[in-house]
Design a protein around this ligand. Sequence first.
Ligand code: MN
Length: 264
Amino acid sequence: VGGRYFVAIGGPCAVESREQTLFVARRVKASGAHVLRGGAFKPRTNPYSFQGLGEEGLKILAEARAETGLPFVTEALDLEGLELVERYADAIQIGARNMQNFPLLRAAGQARKPVMLKRGFQATLEELLLAAEYVLAGGNFDVVLCERGIRTFSDFSRNTLDLGLVPAAKALTHLPVIVDPSHASGRRDLVVPLSRAAAAVGGDGIMVEVHGDPGCALCDGTQAVTTEAFSTLVTEVGRVADAVDRPLLQPETRRRKVAVGQFF
Ligand SMILES: [Mn+2]
């Protein structure tokens, strides 16, 4: 993330079951995504909502990685969860609600896995960069920033996607910046156009929630796109990414490289 290519991350909000996660993982892989997402520890507004499968969910994500070859990113909610997530995952997500959880940021700075830091929905750009600084100061330099919408007076969407933050952050830091159009909007009909905009504005990637049956999702169903819609989304985003000279990394290119490596 942050190189020449635009990166697509897709997967369910929450790991609900082995079947649901493997189904989505296979489909996002076939759509050309590069990274799988999925929550095993869910920070829910309502304490009675589904809280995630915990370590069992991490094992399911690891199985999906073994089958598809997709690395995965998943959220660590607290210090205990961070140890588990670091052990299983390829990248550690610090969620919007934890953006200023300083003990967690310090611990992530000691981790030996990349950290994806999501902007708090009330955080300024400076606060986001200083939160990232906690991780960097610990010696972990692999930090990706994620714009996921802020709370405004707008009443038609869950949050307001602050696209201007992407070039503003990139002007101040070398860190890659990706966009989460799912949590930013809360509406699946806005996810595709906002994904295209993320590529156009110079983002380094997108992270999108995908579900095999969004109507039955245990978490964030209204913003999840179907696997079919995700496939279309990747194609459309790819066109915009080409136009701004940040093409999507092509799975075929990677396969050829692997094939050459095996040949020699
Ligand atoms: Mn979600």
